[in-house]
Design a protein around this ligand. Structure first.
Ligand code: CTP
Ligand code: MG
Length: 465
């Protein structure tokens, strides 16, 4: 379980120091006592607990997020938890500092005090995970499990693995990322016994990946049935019918597998910390390419929970790709981005921005009498080239295209891709890199644009032998 030089260097940066622990605990004590005070005022008996990576001691220096779960009586209904429980947390938050209301499966409150961010989450106090009613009720059992299975050394391995995943851009189960959650990272380290062991295993993975956390291979069938879309299956040790890896996308899985193969050959710091070069976009990189950015603006975006917004953006992106392909643009890459406030962007790279040459129309088979005659008449009247019968027997014609340019296609056929509730009816602007003024890039995240144009991640440069 010896770590290499690079890994020791990374650990040096991400292992929190004593002062940082103290800062967090001071904030936690303040939150804890305020919530107890409000609970008492309302005569409610509940338990304030610290959960998540701070309770597991697997958090990374600089990431000061407290997960504070307030456990209410299980005799309460879910509605009571969401109204009464939530309003108590809201009242506490008003006293603690700046706060905002967030939504996951149910509402919670995010407060900021002294450079520390804390999520105050209402949940039930349960005796066993079998009684779980909401998604967050499992969390206290996760904390117990993780703390029983991780020692001092392995906690550092978790930190290292999390930093590795963050560097690769695949850390977190949120819809934006669809990657590996903190808890999943912890389970993998527990299962395989260290960072290098996880990397070696991951290097050999192929979907569907099943990790037997509980010594019951039969659970794989149960999970596959319940999560038919997943590419990775990891039964939750505290509730085995739940797949901890349900959110992992094929992109995230493939990225971890390829990066692991590469890392074993030649580890380097770029996996953990991609250099955020101040390089401007190099114009020579976009010569002879067609990179299209479709921007969509709406003041509604800021009101949506990020998971909803990203979910809709993924769907809209998918539909834009299909639309472009249906009109014979060869889509070589796509991506998307949003500031989660007012702008969303779809990026497409196609082989050519405009298709000047005619379109090949394929006719019906020679033996289908009526359709053959219809096809011939239609193309003769349209002034197409042909129709003719090619040497392989196909009836064909060369005609004009409905959309010569991808820009016109994306501006004209919005109803075919802006299909999500908060995108329907928006007016897209279409920018082509190199053709249109570069000002538009100021609206979006530079790293995203640079990543989409350059494509090669820093760590790929280390992957050579
Ligand atoms: N959790 C979960 N499933 C998720 C997200 C969160 O079960 N998809 C639970 C886990 O028990 C996790 C806790 O909620 O430990 C806190 O979640 P989060 O803050 O997202 O992860 P951490 O483990 O705290 O990791 P970090 O904050 O360091 O990223
Ligand atoms: Mg956390």
């Amino acid at each position: 379980m010896n770590l290499g030089e690079i890994e020791k260097k990374v650990l040096e940066k991400i292992k929190p120091r004593r002062e940082e622990y103290e800062l967090l605990m001071k904030a936690y004590r303040k939150i804890e006592s305020t919530i107890y005070k409000i609970l008492e005022k309302h005569g409610v008996k509940a338990e304030v607990t610290l959960q998540g990576s701070v309770a597991h001691d697997t958090w990374l220096s600089g990431e000061r997020d407290l997960d504070v779960f307030v456990l209410f009586p299980k005799e309460w209904s879910i509605e009571e938890l969401r109204s009464r429980g939530f309003s108590i947390l809201l009242e506490a938050a008003e006293e603690i500092g700046n706060y905002s209301i967030r939504y996951a499966e149910h509402p919670y409150v995010r407060v900021i005090l002294d450079n520390v961010q804390a999520d105050l989450v209402p949940a039930f106090k349960l005796n066993s995970p079998k009684e779980v009613r909401t998604a967050v009720d499992r969390t206290p059992f996760h904390t117990k499990y993780v703390n029983e299975h991780l020692d001092e050394e392995l906690r550092d391995h978790v930190r290292l693995f999390k930093r590795f995943l963050k560097g690769l851009g695949i850390y977190g189960a949120e819809v934006k990322v669809k990657g590996f959650s903190g808890y999943l990272s912890e389970l993998l380290i527990i299962k395989y016994g260290g960072f290098h062991d996880v990397i070696s295993r991951a290097a050999e993975w192929k979907a569907p990946v099943f990790i037997d956390m509980i010594g019951d291979p039969g659970i794989f069938r149960v999970l596959r049935k319940k999560y038919p879309e997943s590419v990775m299956y990891v039964p939750d040790p505290v509730d085995p019918a739940r797949n901890v890896a349900a959110a992992v996308s094929l992109y995230s899985l493939a990225t971890l597998v390829i990066a692991s193969k590469c890392y074993r050959v030649n580890p380097c710091i770029e996996y953990y910390y991609p250099s955020t070069s101040s390089l401007e976009i190099d114009f020579s990189f976009i010569d002879n390419r067609c990179i299209v950015l479709v921007t969509l603006e709406s003041s509604e975006f800021s009101k949506l929970p990020p998971d909803v917004l990203w979910g809709e953006l993924h769907r809209v992106t998918d539909r834009a790709v299909k639309l472009a392909e249906r009109f014979e643009f060869n889509v070589m890459d796509w991506s998307n981005w949003t500031d989660e406030e007012r702008i969303a962007v779809i990026g497409l790279e196609v082989d050519e921005c405009s298709k000047e040459y005619p379109k090949l129309y394929q006719g019906p088979p020679y033996y289908s009498s009526k359709r053959v005659l219809d096809f011939i008449s239609k193309h003769v009247f349209k002034g197409s080239i042909g129709p003719w019968i090619r040497r392989d027997g196909l009836l064909l014609a060369l005609g004009s295209r409905k959309y010569v340019s991808i820009r016109d296609l994306l501006i004209d056929r919005t109803w075919e891709y802006l299909v999500a509730p908060h995108f329907r009816g928006l007016t897209p602007r279409v920018y082509i890199l190199g053709e249109d003024p570069f000002d538009v890039l100021k609206l979006m995240d530079r790293d995203w644009v640079v990543g989409f144009v350059f494509k090669r991640r820093d760590w790929i440069n280390c992957c050579i032998r």
